[in-house]
Ligand binder design. Sequence first.
Ligand code: GLA
Length: 387
Amino acid sequence: MHLKKEFYKIFNEHPKNLYFSPGRVNLIGEHIDYNGGLVFPAAISLGTYAAFKTRSDSRVRIYSKNFTEQGIIEFSINDLTYQDAHHFANYIKGVMEFINQKYHVINDGFDLYIEGTLPPQSGLSSSASLLVLIMFIFNDVYQLNISKTDMALYAQHVENNYMGMHCGIMDQLIIAKGVKDKALLMNTKTYETTPVNAFFEGFTWIIINTNYQRKTTDSKYNERVKECQDALKIINTYKEVSYLCDISIDEYKSIDILIKDPILRKRAKHVITEQQRVLDSKNALLNKDATLFGKLLIESHQSLKNDYEVTGLNLDALVDGALLNGAIGARVTGAGFGGCAIALVPNHLISSFEKQTNLYYKQHTGIDASFYQVNFVDGVRKLEDSK
Ligand code: GLA
């Protein structure tokens, strides 16, 4: 396997183990995983590969094929503080710090080669893929017996506390627990996941990358999390609930006037209506009703555009282009502000769909989009050919 060769080229020795951690796409249920909602993600065949070997001293050496300009990033296991200069390796330091505080097991350094096939900054969760991968590696190497759910929770803890991104649990949990050929209906309050066949006969899910990323995604994301907390506080003066998603649409209709701030009112409206769309999309799948699922995707995007305001010119142009050129539904997937959309496209239209959608997108934004047809795959795992 070429990972071994690459590891040897960089570190001049053979790796002990090889690993893979997928990325994810979310079909529907956006920005509700930190509001106690149901979401519908799948793990995808694009992801992060690693080759790993422990050392007998305290040095850590990390090299990523995706950031060759960083060279080999080196540090000691005795200094795990965040450093800008350590770039993507800060995610790894964050996991090490967490594992050491909880299990006190990392007493030796290691060499690590990383290679990602996820387009960077595309909203397909390359950071959660890396965090869960590293959590999985330490669990494997030090036989820590951490459950997949806990691996996800610990990875989220690192992202929240070490990296300062106040994300929900969706990405880490799907990356840990993904199931081949299925999407998971995920309860973000209980972490319960139910594998569901998310394919409609005659249609294909296509991921489309805007190839545009706003630098301020993390701060805008954290701002939305805070707005939801503020809306919840106001709702709690009327009814004690733990999450915005504990409120039904009917209930919300009678209490939205409590929220005087129009921005907070819109944010809460998105969350509560999106939760209902996930429930409806589950029925659409059960009834094999692709048209209804498509309609829900379109409504989800409109809500994320108008009420949650996380789309922007590029994503909107991409979704408009997709809908004008054959998709029966399309929407932003992931945090938004840039990154990717997902579209449900009739099989017989796929090649013209890609060409025409790109043409439309380029006319409106000046850049090309990229199209990916991916498989839904199992979650994080060790690769067989490790010896
Ligand atoms: C990012 C976060 C997730 C989720 C999505 C939006 O991917 O990491 O927790 O909130 O955005 O649905």
